[in-house]
Design a protein around this ligand. Structure first.
Ligand SMILES: [Zn+2]
Length: 199
């Protein structure tokens, strides 16, 4: 039925590309948009266009930003001797929300996953090592996720960083194995970061 209405079918196809959204939910969302006033639908289209046009990755930490370097990298109130390494921008946001960390960040944009063909060169590891060699950073908190790949990535980084003579730490356990920081409650993230230990 939907295929006989090309413009509607196209919207359903696009919405179904979102993570966790199947065709059924996409169809429901499309009907919702159809019933909205044009101005509402236009506001959504504009928000998407502006986000894609303005947002880039910070050239220092690789977090999403509208200004480069980002506000986290230029905030002089933050501890520049302490660096937290995370997999994705969402993980950085989870740690910021927990208010447990006031240093700088480095976003890898992924985790090592040989089975998916993701190796060190596919992540921002080279840039991380350049930052560390500049000599300002004294402690690296490796806050990759507590999944098999996240742990393997943490171990790989620790081995690279230890020879530089820096303190390497990992959030305390308490974050359930296999869970992404993004989905862990703020109090747990806070406890894990504050109770971080030598790695
Ligand atoms: Zn930045």
């Amino acid at each position: 039925m939907i295929d006989s209405i090309p413009s509607f079918a196209r919207l359903v196809t696009e919405l179904a590309k979102f993570p966790g959204i199947g065709r059924k939910t996409a169809t429901r969302l499309a009907f919702f948009l159809l019933r909205q006033p044009s101005v509402e639908a236009e506001a959504l289209a504009t928000a998407i266009r502006e986000m894609k046009g303005r947002i880039r990755f910070c050239s220092v930490c690789f977090h999403v930003t509208e200004s480069d370097p980002c506000l986290l990298c230029t905030d002089t109130a933050r501890n520049e001797h302490l660096l937290c390494v995370v997999e994705e921008p969402q993980d950085l946001i989870a740690i910021e929300r927990s208010r447990s960390f006031r240093g700088r960040y480095h976003v890898l944009h992924g985790r090592l996953s040989p089975l998916d063909g993701v190796g060190p060169d596919d992540l921002h590891i080279g840039e991380l090592m350049s930052r560390l060699r500049q000599g300002n950073i004294q402690e690296v908190l490796i806050a990759t996720n507590f999944s098999v790949e996240g742990e393997a990535t943490a171990l790989y980084l620790a081995r690279l960083i230890h020879p530089l003579g820096l303190r390497v730490t990992r959030p305390a356990h308490g974050i359930p194995m296999g869970s992404d920081l993004e989905y862990v409650d703020e109090a747990t993230v806070n406890r894990a970061v504050e109770g971080r230990r030598e790695f």
